[in-house]
Design a protein around this ligand. Structure first.
Ligand code: NAP
Length: 337
């Protein structure tokens, strides 16, 4: 936590007060930073305003008033819009007193590099500083922050970032933060999928899934994903967290970057399909851990249910019901005729 003397803290601007942005902004207030906020849906700034944040009328005003201006938005086009709009952040940059612009959203590395070049042309440094640690890390101020961009600009922003996270890592030039975040999202997605496979298998074999989570947590299979998502999965709590749509967006960034570089990512490609399966069932706003429900549908088993029982909500139509050995699936019978 930052311990600057009163009066020496820079004014921080914050644009994007969603699941992540709101608690991050609150931690900045608690650390004593003067805070100027803007959110597209203005009502989402009400609570912070009541706690001492000042409202700006536009992202442009945020850049005009702040010394460090943070964005925490959904996707690349959103960040581009907030930077480039007539009332956007870049319009508020004046070269004699330019803020350090810090984008903490997860976006394409190419877009981060383009925006950093546009900011530099106006005399402002822009850092890409995406985060890992989820909504829990945002609330607790324990995020891991991976920073790409100018080292001197990072030193200006560091006291602010250290109020948001416990690890701030300078990983390279502009765009490198987003590349490392893409790496992070591969590991999180595949770990979540592996956890789902383990629980579906163990549970359908008749073992209590609570016992599986407990045992795995003490060995080499332990992970932060297991620790944070395991209990939520056992409670069948699919409230986000981290929305499936946003993680699917991240995997699209991962696979596009891989294509540009000629890198094969077979595991990520398969897991992305499970994300699509859940999106097509209307679960884009659910927590990303909902991908275990795609695995449950494939296995015809709900984690924690008696072996063989299917979740009523996931019960497939009669054409898709599993068939016994004695009765081959209808499609096979038709081919054999
Ligand atoms: P969220 O709850 O959906 O919030 C998104 C925020 O962006 C909202 O404040 C929204 O404004 C704003 N926004 C989106 N598009 C906009 C646009 N075109 N113009 C202006 N404002 C716009 O998402 P989140 O979970 O906080 O995630 C934010 C970013 O952090 C994403 O890039 C995500 O991938 C990343 N991330 C999330 C997690 C997590 O666990 N949730 C973890 C690490 C990283 P409104 O309020 O008006 O909708």
């Amino acid at each position: 936590m930052v311990r600057n003397e009163p009066g020496t803290r820079p004014v921080v601007g914050f644009v994007g007060l969603g699941i992540m942005g709101a608690p991050m902004a609150r931690n900045l207030l608690l650390a004593g930073f003067p805070l100027v906020v803007w959110n597209r849906t203005a009502a989402r700034a009400d609570a912070l305003a009541a706690e001492g944040a000042q409202r700006a009328v536009s992202p442009r005003e945020v850049a005009e008033r702040a010394q460090i201006a943070i964005t925490m938005l959904s996707d690349s086009p959103d960040v581009e819009e907030i930077y480039r709009a007539p009332q956007g952040l870049l319009a508020g940059v004046t070269s004699h007193d330019a803020p350090v612009l810090v984008d903490m959203s997860t976006i394409a590395p190419r877009v981060a590099r383009e925006l950093a070049a546009e900011a530099a042309a106006l005399g402002a440094a822009m850092l890409d500083a995406p985060v890992s640690g989820g909504d829990v890390g945002a609330r607790e101020g324990t995020l891991s922050i991976m920073v790409g961009g100018d080292a001197a600009a990072l030193e200006r922003a560091r006291p602010v970032l250290e109020a948001l996270g416990t690890r701030v890592t300078h990983v390279g030039a502009s765009g490198a933060g987003q590349v490392v975040k893409a790496c992070n999202q591969i590991v999180v997605a595949l770990t979540l999928e592996a956890l789902g496979e383990a629980l579906v298998l163990g549970s359908k074999a008749g073992v209590d899934p609570h016992a599986i989570v407990e045992a795995l947590g003490g060995g080499l299979a332990a992970s932060r994903v297991l620790e944070v998502r395991g209990p939520k999965l056992l409670a069948r709590d699919f409230e986000p967290g981290f929305k499936l749509d946003l993680h699917a967006k991240d995997l699209a960034i991962v696979l596009a970057t891989a294509r540009e570089l000629g890198v094969a990512l077979p595991g990520t490609a398969v897991v992305e399909q499970l994300f699509h399966a859940e999106r097509s069932r209307g679960r884009g706003e659910a927590d990303n851990s909902t991908i275990v429900r795609a695995l449950e549908a494939l296995a015809q088993h709900t984690i924690g249910a008696d072996a063989g029982a299917a979740d009523a909500a996931d019960t497939p139509s009669s054409d898709m019901r599993p068939t016994s050995d004695a009765e081959p699936p209808r499609v096979l019978r038709e081919r054999e005729q």
